[in-house]
Ligand binder design. Structure first.
Ligand code: GLP
Length: 272
């Protein structure tokens, strides 16, 4: 995994934006997977600003959101669809018909989840999946104990997640008990993953994901199996990592340095 450690949440947004802009501008990521939560907000601000500056065009981009609460209609202020409208969709030129969202009010949960996966496949799969991380290491809404090869389905929210999210509702009792979420297997099938996280309450989850064993107890640790992951975090979220110096080396690797090294090596061995 490519781990980039930034000073603060704002810098995380700027660094992650460079990845998103590059993949969209170069045409590699016309199908984007998107998360909700506070962590992607700085990135969404950068995406909106980049669109305003004319740097990035979303007119042929398709999106799939990771998850949606069960039982919240789109119009509910805390529905994830409403969150996305407010924080991103209302500020960029994404076409309404290109926005894919799990319907939390469906009366056919299995059918809704299966057709979400089918739609991804029809569009050739998600090229860049952006994710946040819960403080217990969950991605999407895949709580500890969720199968690492799971597909999109209905998941039960665990107490820490309900506690974390109650700040957005009148009380913990108002937080939905279930959600529809892409599975860890669905996320592992995407071409590339970009994780954003910040703050000290993510430090344990990040250390477990990057340096712990691959385990269903930290579903983000399954990303160790994915060949193309960039993790952009701030110093506070990186506080419990033991290999920061190595991550710095790998994240600043570039082809020009490698070529210069090769030229020097050839000269040394008399090949040049
Ligand atoms: C929810 C979302 C996740 C998100 C997590 C952390 O559980 N389903 O996708 O990563 O919250 O959110 P935050 O970034 O607000 O800490």
């Amino acid at each position: 995994m490519n781990v980039i450690i930034c000073a603060d949440a704002k810098a995380v947004g700027k660094e992650a934006y460079k990845v998103v802009r590059d993949r969209i501008v170069n045409g590699h990521a016309k199908v984007l997977g998107l998360p909700t939560g506070s962590s992607p907000i700085p990135l969404y601000k950068e995406m909106a600003a980049g669109y305003k500056r004319g740097e990035i065009d979303f007119s042929d981009v398709h999106t799939f959101n990771l998850d949606e609460y069960l039982g919240l209609p789109v119009e509910h202020p805390q529905s994830y669809r409403n969150f996305m409208n407010t924080n991103l969709f209302d500020h960029i030129n994404l076409k309404e018909e290109n926005i894919n969202f799990l319907n939390g009010m469906t009366d056919d949960i299995a059918g809704e989840c299966a057709s979400y996966e089918e739609k991804m496949e029809e569009l050739g799969g998600i090229k860049l999946q952006i994710v946040g991380i819960g403080r217990d290491g969950h991605i999407g809404f895949n709580e500890p104990g969720t199968p690492l090869y799971g597909r999109t389905g209905c998941v039960t929210l665990d107490t820490p997640t309900i506690e974390d999210n109650k700040r957005f509702f009148a009380s913990a009792a108002e937080v939905p008990r279930w959600a529809l979420s892409m599975g860890v297997g669905t996320i592992l099938d995407t071409n590339e993953v970009l994780m954003v996280a910040d703050g000290p309450n993510k430090a344990d989850a990040i250390a477990g994901m990057l340096e712990g064993p691959i385990t269903g107890m930290n579903t983000a640790s399954a990303l160790q199996l994915h060949p193309n992951v960039t993790v952009v975090i701030d110093e506070a979220a990186a506080a419990k990592l033991t290999r920061k110096a190595y991550y710095k080396k790998t994240s600043t690797n570039n082809v020009a340095d490698m070529l210069a090294y090769l030229t020097a090596a050839r000269k040394k061995t008399g090949l040049e």
